[in-house]
Structures are given as structure tokens and as C-alpha cells.
Design a protein around this ligand. Structure first.
Ligand code: ADE
Ligand code: SF4
Length: 373
């Protein structure tokens, strides 16, 4: 096993890429130029578009991102438009993509760019890194793809490709291995085509060098690959042990009324903290552990008693939580008012455009299924 001491130059020297970096770059790039997908953020030459797409792509698959990206660019075509929007509009556009912190960071960073950089994204790695939510990956992606700088980037796909190409064993998240991955990315990036090279590595990981069954026979860099030579490429990278998933229980009440605008639903911003802070949701009480909150606890959130009927239960898995939600439905009179002014009525037909999370959407769908009976 390669220990913490192995530097990048030793790793490279011991590999089939040694002395053939040019050939490696050419093999990867010509594959990419032949096979790359046409994606709406490719080749547009707009650093803002690169930034938005890379943030979206961090935790979401390409096929899903395409639509979101196009809608986002139509609504916020440039940094100034994003900076001028309010948070609710921004979250609305992100609604369903998950990890809403990403949207809040984009929004905050847009304001910083307008206020401190005259509306233009900084064009150096260091400058990009000063923006909220821009880490080494995003800075490297923008620098290489939008500004043509020979900056390295490492994401999950690159880690998998490198672990196999260079037979890097051990936990890929360890400090020593992270240093190797970043060092390799820096040593290998093609200074003539840094953006394409980086995208090619990620695309190879996404489409050829896949986690369970890499298509080595179609791989443009097979001849350089230690994993392929070993006959067992899928054995690397080592799979990290999964961290414990915490159980959580929630009770949500979908309160409806017949209002002036037809059927309306009661929603309010989720209170402080957590990944979904600020998103709109139905009145909900949730807690850690396996004990169910009581319906009365939701009633006291509302400041009034509601007659509610249980309509279903669903499970939603977040990164480290498994949340079971019991769903109740309650219909109230059209004059109903609530003590707490965070609650407001949203017409049913506007709900799908509102800043709601995927979970709230699921709760709504579930509450509707029972209505038709
Ligand atoms: N995954 C994240 N960013 C990507 C990009 N620019 N091209 C291909 N896959 C990606
Ligand atoms: Fe991945 Fe196989 Fe290509 Fe090696 S040869 S990089 S394991 S697809």
C-alpha cells in the first residue's frame, strides 16, 4: 500500500503515464472532443454560466441540471440580475434541486461580485476563492473552463479515475490521498486546454469509468491504467464506510381553505437552521429520534386547534437523516386566521412555483392522492 509519504512525482513515476504525459492528454482530449455531450453551459464563454452550472452539478446529475440551468439563466441572465433578486425568488428557481445552501451562496456571492468586483467574476483562483461558497473545486472549474487557466480540479469522478489509473489505495478522503489527487490533477492538466481536460476527466468518470462496472474496453486511457492492468479496476477507490443515518420523526399538517383564489394551502418559512432554512413548508413539527411528535404540538405552532385527519406517511432520506413524516389534512373556514404571522395562504396552483423543498412537494402530492375519494 502506498503510504502517506508517497509524493505526486513518485506516484507519477511509478505509473504508465511516466514520461508520456502528452500522450495521455491527447488520448483523453481527442476522446472528449469526439464524444462530449452538447450541454447548454458548454462553449458559451460566460464565467457566470460556468459558475452556475458547476454549482448545480456538484450534487446533481447532468440530466437534471440541464432544465434547471436553462430556467435559471432565463430568470437570472447575469450576475446583476441574480444580485438584484430576493432570496425567495432564488430559492424558487432552485426548488427541487436540494442542498439549498448552494442557492443561498450563489445569491450572496452575486452581491459580493456586484459590490466589490464591479459585476465581473474574479479571474484568478485566489480571487474566486474569496467568494462565498466557492471552494477549491468550483474555483478550479471556473478558472480552467471560463478563464483558460491551468488550474486543477478534483471531484468524485476524478477521484475514481485517478485511484484506478494510479492504483491509489486507502481511504480516498484521507489527507495524504487528497494531496495525491490534487497534485496529480495539477501535474496532468493540459495548459493548452485546461477546461476541456478537466471536463474530460469528469466526463470519463461519469460515462466510462463508472463506480461498479467501468467500460475499460471503451476507455481512451486504458493503456495508462494500473486498475485495468490489475484486472480488477472496480476494486478502487476503497469505499468509505457509510456514516450513521439518524432517525427522525415529523408530523406535518396540510391545512387548506377555500379562499378568494380558489383552494389555498397554509405555508410558512421553515424556522432557523438546517439545510432547508427559509424554504416554505406546511406546518410541521420534527425531531430527532423515533418518537412521534403530537398533532397538538403542530396545533400550538398555529395558535389554534384544527380538526385533522391522518392521510398517510412517507419516508424521506437526506444526506445523514432518515425522516418519517406523518401527514394530516385539515380544512378550515375561509375566514380562518392564525396567531403567528409567519403563516400565509398560497393558492394551490401557485404551489409548484413556490420555494418549497422536494419533501414538501412529496407531502403535498400525498395529501392530494386521498382527496379524490
Ligand atoms: N461534472 C461537474 N462538472 C462537469 C463538467 N463541466 N463536465 C462534465 N461533468 C461535470
Ligand atoms: Fe477507468 Fe477502466 Fe479507463 Fe482505467 S481503463 S480509467 S479503470 S475505465
Amino acid at each position: 500500500m502506498r503510504g502517506a509519504g508517497a509524493g505526486v512525482s513518485e506516484v507519477l513515476a511509478a505509473s504508465a503515464v511516466a514520461g508520456r504525459v502528452d500522450a495521455f492528454q491527447r488520448a483523453l482530449l481527442s476522446w472528449f472532443w469526439r464524444e462530449r455531450r452538447e450541454l447548454p453551459w458548454r462553449g458559451v464563454g460566460d464565467p457566470y454560466a460556468t459558475w452556475v452550472s458547476e454549482i448545480m452539478l456538484q450534487q446533481t446529475q447532468v440530466v437534471t441540471v440541464v432544465d434547471y440551468f436553462q430556467r435559471w439563466m432565463a430568470r437570472f441572465p447575469d450576475v446583476a440580475a441574480l444580485a438584484a433578486a430576493n432570496e425567495e425568488e432564488v430559492l424558487e428557481q432552485w426548488s427541487g434541486l436540494g442542498y439549498y445552501r448552494r442557492a443561498r451562496f450563489l445569491h450572496r456571492a452575486a452581491k459580493v461580485i456586484v459590490e466589490e468586483h464591479g459585476g465581473e467574476l474574479p479571474s484568478t483562483l485566489e480571487g474566486l476563492r474569496t467568494l462565498p461558497g466557492v471552494g477549491p473545486y468550483t474555483a478550479g472549474a471556473i478558472a480552467s473552463i471560463a478563464f483558460g487557466l491551468p488550474a486543477p480540479i478534483v471531484d468524485g469522478n476524478v477521484i475514481r479515475v485517478f485511484a484506478r489509473l494510479f492504483a491509489i489505495e486507502g481511504d480516498p478522503r484521507s489527507t495524504a490521498n487528497q494531496k495525491s489527487f490534487w497534485g496529480l490533477a495539477e501535474a496532468l492538466v493540459d495548459p493548452q486546454n485546461p477546461g476541456d481536460f478537466n471536463e474530460a476527466l469528469m466526463e470519463l468518470g461519469a460515462r466510462v469509468c463508472t463506480p461498479r462496472s467501468p467500460a475499460c474496453l471503451l476507455c481512451p486511457v486504458r493503456e495508462f491504467c494500473a486498475g485495468f492492468a490489475s484486472g480488477e479496476p472496480e476494486a478502487l477507490p476503497e469505499v468509505a464506510r457509510r456514516s450513521a443515518v439518524k432517525p427522525m420523526r415529523a408530523v406535518a399538517v396540510v391545512v387548506t381553505r377555500q379562499g378568494r383564489r380558489g383552494k389555498e394551502l397554509l405555508v410558512g418559512p421553515r424556522d432557523a437552521g438546517g439545510l432547508l432554512a427559509g424554504m416554505l413548508e406546511f406546518p410541521t413539527v420534527e425531531r430527532e429520534g423515533k418518537r412521534w411528535p403530537k398533532l397538538d404540538e403542530v396545533a400550538s405552532l398555529l395558535g389554534m386547534k384544527v380538526v385533522a385527519e391522518e392521510v398517510g406517511e412517507l419516508t424521506h432520506v437526506f444526506s445523514h437523516r432518515r425522516l418519517l413524516t406523518r401527514i394530516f389534512a385539515a380544512e378550515v373556514g375561509s375566514e380562518a386566521t392564525f396567531a403567528d404571522e409567519r403563516w400565509r395562504w398560497v393558492p394551490e396552483r401557485e404551489l409548484s412555483q413556490a420555494a418549497i423543498s422536494a419533501l414538501t412537494r412529496k407531502i403535498y402530492e400525498r395529501s392530494k392522492q386521498l382527496e379524490t375519494t
